[in-house]
Design a protein around this ligand. Structure first.
Ligand code: NAD
Length: 339
């Protein structure tokens, strides 16, 4: 197995998980740290006891270390520059979400990946959880029939302070991409349109819109509704959202914490006003690792097996489209087609 020579770009908090992962992977090695802020890179090198050079310029770092892979763990505004520099200098890229700050930049990155023959894969750690894999299995194996509706509720009241409280659309831009990506994963298809109403509720401690309601039409004919707020105190949902998926035979539910469950109409129930249902057993056990480690396992597997990983940029652009189409709908007050 060949050795992955990795540069980590962006030495903030999130970089720690990515560095932890490399530490336990046999065929991967950090060859440099890069940060615009040299002090941040030096601090990270010292904290992590890494014997590697630090740089403020990614291109120089790639040329001097012969790196093969770049981890982009910078802020969203830097992703386009970091990813394009890495791809055009012969590296594959695994990067934090979101791909870019807007859809045009994200699409340009796909073109650069195609032109250079390198790969760009995006972190979507919230797909890599035992329970969401169980729900996905349940829905995709026809246990509740064909999917008619998916509903996700996300209600939390975090007081982050900092940049999120100054953003125009903190919920949709910074958080909902996870839920939207989960919806595509559970439904097994992409959306075709969205209507979104975004607002900042009374008493909000955010400057921008901390709440939103979105209705997506999905390509398989189902409808996905999202009700979300980052300004909702009391009865918090899970960060994974609370899910209900309705099919032609019955319903699957996941509270975002525990094992998903499902109920389908019992065969004996014909002619009843409300038909009798029966609980289905759910014995599927996903064997992968969870969170960032699970997603990174798949990213490396894709690279080593010479195939697109599950969260390759060609797929992840569809989650980006859900975010930016929702914002456009909220601004125009109209339903937006997603192409
Ligand atoms: N997947 C998740 O669950 C999850 C959770 C939190 C954050 N994130 C994502 O992780 C990324 C990083 O978040 P963070 O909290 O570590 O941010 P951070 O602000 O703590 O760190 C970012 C670092 O990047 C550096 N940087 C900025 N622009 C750069 C550039 N052009 N070149 C090199 N370095 C540059 C900054 O100096 C800083 O040290 C973001 O994209 C964020 O959305 C993902």
């Amino acid at each position: 197995m060949s050795l992955h020579k990795i540069i980590v770009v962006g030495c903030g908090d999130m970089a720690n998980i990515w560095l932890d992962y490399v530490q336990q992977r046999k065929n991967a090695k950090i060859v440099a740290l890069v940060d615009l802020n040299e002090g941040a890179a030096i601090r990270k090198k010292e904290q992590r006891n890494l014997e590697v050079p630090v740089y403020t310029d990614l291109k120089t770092a790639i040329l001097q270390t012969q790196a093969t892979l770049v981890f982009d763990v910078t802020i969203p505004a830097a992703h386009k520059t970091v990813v394009s520099t890495a791809l055009t200098n012969g590296c594959d890229v695994f990067g934090e979400k979101p791909m870019a700050e807007n859809i045009q930049d994200a699409e340009e990155l796909i073109k650069i990946a195609e032109a250079t023959g390198q790969t760009y894969t995006v972190m979507q750690n919230r797909r890599y959880l035992k329970q969401i894999r169980q729900l996905h299995h349940l829905v995709q194996n026809g246990k509740i029939g064909d999917i008619k509706e998916l509903h996700a509720d996300f209600f939390l009241g975090p007081h982050f302070g900092g940049f999120r409280e100054q953003m125009e659309s903190p919920l949709i831009i910074d958080m909902a991409i996870h839920t939207f990506d989960q919806a595509r994963f559970i439904a097994g298809c992409n959306p075709s349109s969205v209507y979104c109403y975004e607002f900042n509720p009374k008493g909000s401690w955010y400057d921008g819109n901390a709440s939103a309601i979105c209705i997506y039409e999905m390509e398989n004919g189902s409808v996905f509704s999202y009700r979300g707020s980052w300004c909702a105190e009391g009865f918090p949902t899970s960060w994974e959202s609370e899910w209900r998926v309705i099919g032609t035979k019955g319903t699957a539910k996941w509270d975002g914490f525990n094992t998903p469950s499902s109920e389908i109409v019992a065969e004996v129930s014909s002619g009843e006003f409300i038909k009798t249902t029966k609980q289905m057993s759910n014995d599927f056990q996903w064997q992968g690792r969870e969170g960032h480690f699970g997603c990174l396992d798949e990213m490396f597997a894709g690279l080593e097996e010479n195939r697109r990983a599950e969260t390759d940029c060609h797929d992840n652009i569809n989650s980006m489209k859900m975010v930016f189409a929702a914002l456009e709908s909220a601004k125009t007050g109209k339903k937006v087609e997603i192409i």
